[in-house]
Design a protein around this ligand. Structure first.
Ligand code: PMP
Ligand code: GLU
Length: 402
């Protein structure tokens, strides 16, 4: 008798993270010697700054290798609170902070902590790939809020107002945005805060790209703009992007004590504390010199300008100028319906496959972010790689004919 291993309906309905899947495929091909231009994952190409690595080595040598408090070591929580004070003028007590295994796990813990089956969570489109899955794993219902590239992907406040129901539990904001690089205006954030207070919903603000902004404004979020709404706001952040620490897996949350307590309870029954050594490294990252962060930001700005210039020179592409993060999200749909080498391209998945197979450029299809017209390319990689990627993209698109 053949045996079909019994898997839960939950996992059968779950799609693996497309960004991680494509990145793994690109890295595997590269390791086999295939000449791949990997513009897929949102992962800074820089090495983690030296003083952060040294702090981790010291932690190991000092034997800091045991369980820590579930929500993080007290000195790290204090450093995080100081950072909120410094960057956002927001005051949090250590009981209002939790450290987790990456921003992704923070979001997972929060969803598990605040959602009951059928609770609605509003997610602006385009969205980061994991938001819908994280909500659905907590049995929440996703309500998508479309946005318009012609309006720089701004929040559609009229539509948001009309979507609110008695079941609306939360909205997830991500500014600067992955994948579009959009930054929400202060006025729009203020309106969302007022709606949240009036209609009693939670604002989850994913600020993971808050240090990578190109508008010369400091980091800001909805709670810093509307302090009266702070009780409604859960701030999610982490060190993966700002300090080039994707592999270390540290993220953190600040918010009302009740949600921190609940999320910490979930964490105590799932992963326990985040890695002890990584916590010491992050303490050094947050309290040490920030010049490497500024250097990386400068490089991202230079790359953004370069990649935008190249995209704008390719006929048929339109692309909203990113104001932060390290992605471009061009609309390639004017090439849909065209053919190259006998293959017709009709959607973003076929476009991504075509670019990978014919030109060996790895990018992420827009459908993974909720909009099939687009492709996402990360420019968190060396300029020479971006240059080669854009050369190949230009040729690949010019080979598509009706
Ligand atoms: N939010 C957004 C918008 C992201 O792009 C990422 C990507 N890594 C995360 C959260 C989670 O990052 P991490 O788990 O590495 O902290
Ligand atoms: N957040 C990054 C991205 O969007 C890393 C991959 C992931 O965590 O899904 O590419």
């Amino acid at each position: 008798m053949s045996w079909t291993f019994p898997l839960s309906e939950r996992v059968r309905n779950l799609k693996p993270s497309p960004t991680l899947a494509i990145d793994t495929k690109a890295k595997t091909l590269k390791a086999k010697g295939v000449d791949i231009i990997n513009l897929s994952a949102g992962e800074p190409d820089f090495d983690t700054p030296e003083h952060i690595k040294e702090a981790a080595i010291k932690a190991i040598r000092d034997g800091f290798t045991k369980y820590t408090p579930v929500g993080g070591i007290p000195e790290l929580k204090e450093a995080i609170a100081a950072k909120f004070e410094q960057d956002y003028k927001l005051t949090y007590r250590p009981e209002q902070i939790m450290v987790s295994t990456g921003g992704k796990q923070v979001l997972y813990n929060v969803a598990q902590a605040i959602l009951d089956p059928g609770d609605e969570v509003i997610i602006p489109v385009p969205y980061w790939v994991s938001y819908p899955a994280i909500v659905e794993l907590a049995e929440g219902t996703v309500r998508f809020l479309p946005s318009d590239p012609d309006k720089d992907f701004a929040l559609d406040l009229a539509e948001l107002g009309s979507m609110l129901t008695s079941k609306t539990r939360a909205i997830i904001l991500n500014s600067p945005s992955n994948p579009t690089g959009a930054v929400y205006s202060r006025e729009d954030l203020m309106t969302v805060a007022a709606l949240a207070v009036e209609h009693n919903f939670v604002i989850i603000t994913d600020d993971i790209y808050d240090q990578i902004r190109f508008d010369n404004k400091g980091p800001e979020n909805i709670a810093s703009l509307v302090p009266e709404a702070q009780d409604h706001v859960i701030v999610v952040n982490g060190v993966s992007k700002t300090y080039a620490m994707t592999g270390w897996r540290i993220g953190y949350l600040a918010g009302p004590q009740a949600v921190v307590k609940a999320a910490t309870k979930i964490q105590s029954q799932s992963t326990s504390n985040p890695n002890s050594i990584a916590q010491k490294a992050v303490l050094a990252a947050l309290t040490g010199p920030q010049d490497e962060v500024l250097k990386m930001k400068k490089a991202f700005l230079e790359r953004k300008n370069y990649i935008m210039e190249r995209l704008e020179a390719i006929p048929g592409i339109s692309c909203v100028k990113p104001k932060g993060a390290f992605y471009v999200f061009p609309d390639l749909s004017s090439y849909y319906g065209k053919k190259a080498f006998g293959k017709e391209i009709n959607n973003s998945l076929e476009m991504a496959d075509y670019l990978l197979e014919e030109s060996r450029i790895a990018g992420v299809p827009g459908i993974a972010f909720g909009d099939d017209r687009f492709m996402r390319f990360s420019y968190a990689t060396d300029l020479s790689i971006i240059q080669e990627g854009m050369d190949r993209l230009r040729v690949a698109l010019s080979n598509l004919n009706s």
